[in-house]
Ligand binder design. Structure first.
Ligand SMILES: C[C@]12CC[C@H]3[C@@H](CC=C4C=C(C(=O)O)CC[C@@]43C)[C@@H]1CC[C@@H]2C(=O)c1ccc(O)cc1
Length: 238
């Protein structure tokens, strides 16, 4: 048997500080308990499920904005670029979040209930399939919390979002997070030299999902479903 390669991984002072800030921000921003508790309320109609997911999505956008403001360097970016990055990454960050939520051992039964409500919220089967394939492919990675938080950070700091003016400034921030994630992967998955590449491959899958998302929103709207003002603003609907 091959001895596990105990690769020595050392982090710079800056990287340790960055990781701490990102982890604290990631842990601090969870869905408020009252919204999460509603998951277990009895009503299960398609309408009720959509309303609940709408509430969770709206709350998640607020959580995402707070998390993003804590990313070192983000608030020094051009103001309009900050908005462009948030709008451009909201769907992907949400799908990443839902994958992490559905794969972690939530309080008893939450995961199944959440899955049930997603499957019965008026999302057509053609979108449900890729969504749950994505959830499965994330689950198989067994990411540690640091990797999850950094992957979300890297998604938000994607330079080539629409309307971003100063892409190099975003690139520099993203590179810092990528360097840190690369080291984290070596530290937590020493047996899998390809692990970092596999993680970044998930970001490509995320972009595909966000194309489906626009159609999901359109099909809900056709059936006269109402979104909240915050969701309309972040997703340019209605
Ligand atoms: C993205 C989503 C809304 C947000 C949900 C996600 C499923 C799981 C989640 C877990 C969360 C947690 O545990 O912290 C926060 C909310 C999220 C991230 C839903 C799947 C489809 C739905 C959707 O696209 C949607 C969009 C507009 C709507 O009005 C309703 C749903």
């Amino acid at each position: 048997t091959t001895k596990p390669s105990k690769k020595k991984v050392s982090f710079t002072k800056e990287q340790q500080a960055l990781m701490k800030v990102i982890i604290d921000a990631y842990n601090k921003h969870q869905i408020p308990q009252d919204v999460a508790k509603k998951l277990l309320q009895d009503k299960y109609s398609t309408e009720e499920n959509f309303l609940l997911l709408t509430e969770m999505a709206t709350s998640q956008v607020q959580v995402l904005v707070e998390f993003t403001k804590n990313i070192p360097g983000f608030l020094s970016l051009d103001r309009e670029d900050q908005i462009a990055l948030l709008k451009g990454s909201a769907v992907e960050a949400m799908f990443l979040r839902s994958a992490q939520a559905l794969n972690k051992k939530m309080p008893i039964g939450h995961t199944e209930v959440l899955e049930e409500r997603i499957r019965k919220s008026g999302i057509s089967e053609e979108f449900i399939k890729p969504m749950f394939n994505f959830y499965k492919s994330i689950g198989e990675l067994h990411m540690v919390l640091e990797e999850q938080a950094l992957l979300t950070t890297i998604t938000i700091l994607t330079p080539d979002r629409p309307y971003v003016k100063d892409q190099p400034a975003v690139e520099r921030l993203q590179e810092t997070a990528l360097d840190l994630l690369r080291k984290m992967c070596v530290l937590h998955h020493p047996q899998e030299p390809q692990y970092f590449a596999r993680l970044l491959g998930r970001l490509t899958e995320l972009r595909t999902l966000s194309h489906y998302h626009a159609e999901m929103l359109a099909s809900w709207r056709v059936n006269d479903h109402k979104f909240t003002p915050l969701l309309c603003e972040i997703w340019d609907v209605q």
